[in-house]
Design a protein around this ligand. Structure first.
Ligand SMILES: [Cu+2]
Length: 219
């Protein structure tokens, strides 16, 4: 009991914060967080079964037929748990796919070692930003992801799952933020010595396109 109290703070360290998948800030990330809990429940159920079986192996012989354990627990129980987690994974995977529904599109270009993003202003002109991706809040956004050199991976844990940035190819990731604010992102694929510095922010706006200060007029 005392050990559990000591371990709990360590085990829960990753459950909140700017890079926590368990603190979702939008619809896509909420689906992924829900799947995480389902898979955790499945893993706990199977682990408990194994613990019970091991404990019984060291106990006194029982009258219960071997088939109850081999067929009932070993096969049926495991198949039910694995089928449930597989089904949840397929269900969530299908629901978070980008759809052809006219979502706002922005672009993300990865390079060693940074990110360049592009969105469209109210006149339809592209606006480039370094290390800061602008998106509208409260609606789905498709990020068209590519790379200039090696393989990187675009990941904003509180808004969506990760997706690789591959040179010569464009991958489409659907993200969404329920509320305006800043969300932390990072490269999730080791890409060289500067990999750890490939952090960026996503700024979600309640008005879109956002009214950004004109950098060319800055002193
Ligand atoms: Cu990287």
């Amino acid at each position: 009991m005392r050990g559990g109290v000591l371990i709990a703070p360590v085990a829960l360290i990753g459950c909140s914060g700017p890079l926590s998948t368990l603190q979702p800030g939008g619809a896509t990330a909420t689906e992924i967080a829900w799947l995480w809990w389902v898979m955790l429940a499945g893993a706990v159920a199977l682990t408990m079964m194994m613990v019970v079986l091991i404990a019984m192996a060291f106990g006194a012989p029982r009258d219960t037929g071997a088939r109850v354990w081999t067929h009932g627990m070993g096969l049926a129980f495991s198949l039910v748990v694995l089928s449930a987690t597989l089904g949840a994974g397929l269900w969530v995977g299908e629901r978070i796919l980008p759809r052809d529904d006219g979502a706002v599109e922005v672009r993300a270009r990865a390079f060693q070692w940074g990110w360049r993003f592009t969105h469209t202003d109210s006149d339809g002109n592209p606006v480039e930003t370094d290390g800061l991706l602008h998106i509208p809040a409260g609606q789905p956004v498709d990020v068209l992801i590519t790379s200039e050199d090696v393989i990187h991976s675009f990941w904003v844990p509180r808004l969506a799952g990760k997706l690789d940035a591959i040179p010569g190819r464009t991958n489409r990731a659907r993200i969404s933020a329920d509320a305006p604010g800043t969300y932390a992102g990072l490269c999730a694929e080791f890409c060289g010595l500067g990999h750890a510095r490939m952090r960026f922010d996503v700024q979600a706006h309640d008005t879109w396109p956002p009214a950004l200060p004109d950098e060319s007029e800055a002193p």
